[in-house]
Design a protein around this ligand. Structure first.
Ligand SMILES: Cc1ncc(COP(=O)(O)O)c(C=O)c1O
Length: 441
């Protein structure tokens, strides 16, 4: 017997991801619609989206151009094999994306998620080093508190303890730099923190320990999101780039959340003026409408693979749904929407207003730090002794009841609204949040 999604009361079968399943199933929070800046709940309430879904709906919800493109595409070409066959929209999309990234990031490999983009980038890095005769370079370096999705590659280079500790030994040959979070010096910084460029020198320690000839790549989020928003100190990323260059190590920026306008420029690589060798993306690529990811690499990396007999596959890697036609159609329409509405740079115009509104919450109860960059915000709360995460989760539940979607990780509230947010909606968001913070224990 089929059960309608809106009437089902059997919540048991679905094992929800990154969710407190038992808590949710006692008091479900269901969205049944979305338009522009709002979700509609099953009980008919409007909820202001303070998180762009999961950092992905950068153009807002149910945007007509994207909806129409997806509808048209599914009726025209539902699927084309991804291996040894092509379809025009894949090439059109790759060319448009390559034009969006600074040169020499000229080539694009399509995936279906951020996690797949990360694993793809790590594999390309390893295979590239081998292709150029540097096959001893097999180590991958990540960073404490880094989040790079949930594949085995991503959790290995990632540095969030709960995402790692129950999953065995993961990849071998991985090491981690220290994170850059330094509240003792940087609490309540506005924008990039002043202190901590020297944390990049931790990479030197790792290089000295393992020898550069063993290290293939370093991966970092230019702005770490899922760990609770950790910003790069001024000059930190430049220093990482210089150290990697000096030692023949590839630098990978995981731009799954920073890509597509979050900081007020198309990518963090533009924002910080630091160009990595590989960039991982997903989320905002299709504004969250259809799963899709993309890995960008330099011409030098791509060219290193284009050797050997013409009929031979150059990279033994790919997904059944790489460059899926419907995802390509969604991405092209998303790029059109971004262009028409100036969304890839809109966060720059709103950043100061956002920063002022966010930091005005400084005097609310329990707040021990506030961080911001572009249209990203974080409010760190003092945890309840012996009950970590509980206070922020209470804030999340109260905000939802009050018509606001926020995201929490640990005792940190993270904010990343769609890039179409108006100043009035920014005011509304922070007003609601003030009420929430004033009412939780
Ligand atoms: C920086 C970063 N990398 C990778 C991922 C994983 O993306 P996905 O959930 O699409 O696999 C995320 C998701 O939040 C992310 O923030």
């Amino acid at each position: 017997m089929s059960i309608s999604a809106s009437t089902t009361n059997n919540l048991d079968a679905f094992w929800m991801p990154f969710t407190a399943n038992r808590q949710f199933k006692q008091a479900p929070r269901m969205f049944v619609g979305a338009k522009d800046m709002h979700y509609t709940t099953a009980d008919g309430r409007q909820v202001l989206d303070g998180t762009a879904g999961l950092w992905c709906c950068n153009a807002g919800h149910s945007r007509p151009r994207i909806v129409e493109a997806v509808q048209k595409q599914v009726a025209e070409l539902d699927y084309a094999p991804a291996f040894q066959m092509g379809h025009p929209k894949a090439f059109e999309l790759a060319a448009r994306l390559a034009a969006l990234l600074p040169s020499p990031l000229d080539h694009v490999f399509f995936t279906n998620s951020g996690s797949e983009s990360v694993d793809t980038a790590l594999k390309i890095a390893l295979a590239y080093q081998r292709a150029i005769g540097q096959g001893t370079r097999t180590r991958l370096i990540g960073r404490e508190r880094g989040y790079h999705g949930v594949g085995f590659g991503g959790i290995s280079v990632g540095g969030i303890v709960n995402n790692r500790k129950t999953f065995g030994t993961m990849l071998t040959g991985v090491d981690h730099m220290r994170h850059t979070h330094d509240p003792s010096r940087n609490a309540f910084s506005r924008g990039m923190p002043e202190h901590g460029a020297e944390y990049a020198e931790d990479l030197i320690r790792i290089i000295q320990l393992h020898d550069p000839s063993t290290i293939a790549a370093v991966i970092v989020e230019p702005v770490a999101g899922s760990t609770g928003v950790i910003l790069p100190p001024k000059k930190y990323l430049e220093r990482l780039r210089a150290i990697c260059d000096q030692h023949g190590i590839l630098l990978i920026f995981d731009e799954v959340i920073t890509g597509f306008g979050r900081l007020g420029s198309p990518f963090a690589t533009d924002y910080f003026g630091v160009t990595p060798d590989l960039v991982t993306t997903a989320k905002g690529l299709t504004s969250g409408v259809i799963p899709m990811g993309a890995v960008f690499c330099t011409k030098a990396i791509y060219d290193a693979f284009m050797t050997g007999p013409d009929h031979m596959i150059e990279l033994f890697h790919g997904y059944t749904y790489s460059a899926h036609p419907i995802a390509c159609a969604a991405a092209l329409a998303t790029l059109d929407t971004y262009d028409e509405e100036g969304l890839l740079t809109r966060a720059a115009d709103l950043a100061q207003y956002w920063e002022d509104g966010l930091h005005a919450l400084k005097d609310c109860p329990h707040v021990i730090d506030i961080r911001n960059l572009g249209l990203i915000g974080a409010i760190e709360l003092e945890g309840i002794a012996g009950e970590p995460t509980k206070r922020a989760f209470s804030a999340f539940l109260k905000a939802y009841d009050d018509g606001l979607l926020i995201r929490t990780t640990g005792d940190i509230i993270a904010l990343s609204p769609p890039l179409i947010i108006s100043k009035e909606q920014i005011d509304e968001l922070f007003d609601k949040l003030r009420t929430v913070l004033n009412s939780i224990d």
